[in-house]
Design a protein around this ligand. Structure first.
Ligand SMILES: [Ca+2]
Ligand SMILES: [Ca+2]
Ligand SMILES: [Ca+2]
Length: 415
């Protein structure tokens, strides 16, 4: 059986009928109003805590959707969460990513050509390229000009906040991005899955400290070797390499969710793509019952390969990255930072996030016929914080509050 690795929801594939294609974007579009979603209307936000123009222009509605506002994470986390992005690499020099990277200090300050930390990988400063077996995690020359799916994903997890440009993300102040390249370039291509490559990548990421593994890819056949590798990370009690796997659920009518979403392991959290009007994307594949949280998929602006630098995308990949970012943002808070993956999942994700009254609309078939809980950091807000940060968990009230904040502040500046 041929294993195939596919990205979820890339723009070059068919878009769901319920979402219109994003308009072509001029280079400066992060500072322009963008209205292609009814999840929350694109409203300008006079938020003195951020200078990222896409946020101020109302284009980061999806940040408010999962986090209330960017104010939920007002300062750099003392205990950042390392999130490993399993994808086609990333432009690590991008203005939204270059200050957000996990760094292997031993290699950064070590000798070129030498494996300074003895982990078996020479000069692995920000991750590893498991496709070409090199430390260069940026797309290679022959991939220039193609969509860099991994760049978009990394930016939706942790695009840099308050750097004066572009976007911010739910994990902006909480995440260090580890770039794990496991597929070749070009989001419209399908690459044969190499189970050994993926198993090595899993081992690397978890040994080097990643606590969340973000998979915006899926595959439909697996091997005993790969099953064992995932079970070690995502299931075995007491594993020293335990981590949370955030898995995409495809939304183009695939009959099953594919792996890793199809695993029923305890540390799998599935991202269910949510489109307009809090609806589950109608083409969403059935996923196992478990930790399934809805996150926005449509009309998402993120970082792209140069010279474009930013683009608007649709698809369940976006939901996965956004969910990874919001989970990391919560986990990095002082109250939770020292929890193990199992403690975090039990005490925060299962007990609080999965029981939120804020749910998607019911889907047309099981297991979505009762809807799914929407990923929302606001369920963890204290009473004191909720008024200021989360405004309201009811979207209509939140919009009203946003409008009041926009127009009612003394000396408020327009975006
Ligand atoms: Ca090394
Ligand atoms: Ca070195
Ligand atoms: Ca930014």
């Amino acid at each position: 059986m041929r294993n195939v690795l596919a990205r979820c929801g890339s723009l070059l594939l068919l878009l769901p009928a319920w979402v219109s294609a994003a308009p072509a974007a001029p280079a400066q579009f992060p500072c322009q109003a963008l209205s292609c979603s009814t999840l929350l209307p694109a409203l300008p936000v006079d938020d003195p805590a951020t200078n990222d123009c896409a946020y101020r222009a109302g284009n980061l509605w999806w940040v408010d959707y999962v986090a209330g506002s960017l104010e939920w994470s007002p300062r750099r986390a003392q205990h950042p969460v390392i999130v490993a992005v399993f994808d086609d690499g990333a432009y690590i020099d991008h203005e939204e990513l270059r200050n957000q990277l996990w760094t292997n200090e031993a290699e950064l300050h070590g000798r070129p050509g030498t494996d300074d930390d003895g982990n078996g990988y020479v000069d692995d400063v920000h991750g590893w390229n498991f496709v070409d077996d090199t430390p260069d995690v940026s797309p290679p020359e022959q991939c220039r000009g193609q969509v860099s799916h991994g760049t978009l994903m990394a930016s939706l997890i942790a695009g840099q906040r308050n750097n004066g440009v572009g976007i911010a993300a739910p994990g902006s102040d909480a995440v260090q991005l580890m770039i794990i390249k496991v597929v070749g370039c070009g989001s419209h291509t399908r690459d044969p899955l190499d189970p050994k490559r993926l198993a090595r990548a899993l081992e690397y990421a978890t040994k080097m400290g990643a606590r969340i593994l973000s998979f915006s890819s899926h595959w439909y056949a697996t091997t005993p070797e790969l099953d064992r590798a995932f079970a070690e990370v995502a299931d075995r009690p007491g594993s020293p390499r335990a981590a949370i796997v955030v898995a995409s659920v495809p939304n183009r009518g695939e009959p099953t969710a594919g792996y890793p979403a199809a695993y029923t392991f305890r540390r799998i959290v599935r991202a269910i793509p949510i489109g307009n009007d809090d609806m589950i994307s109608p083409g969403t594949s059935p996923a196992p019952f478990g930790l399934n949280l809805g996150a926005p998929s449509a009309c998402i602006i993120g970082a792209a390969a140069p010279p474009e630098n930013y683009r608007v995308e649709q698809g369940s990949s976006n939901s996965t990255a956004i969910l990874s970012g919001v989970l990391a943002g919560i986990w990095a808070r002082p109250a939770y930072a020292k929890l193990t993956p199992d403690e975090f999942l039990a005490g925060v994700v299962r007990k609080r996030m999965s029981t939120t009254p804020r749910r998607s609309k019911p889907g047309s078939r099981a297991p979505y016929d009762h809807g799914v809980p929407l990923a929302d950091a606001c369920v963890l807000a204290t009473k004191q914080r909720s008024a200021r940060v989360c405004r309201s968990q009811e979207p209509g009230k939140r919009i009203n509050e946003l409008q009041r904040n926009t127009t009612g502040r003394d000396g408020g500046q327009g975006p």
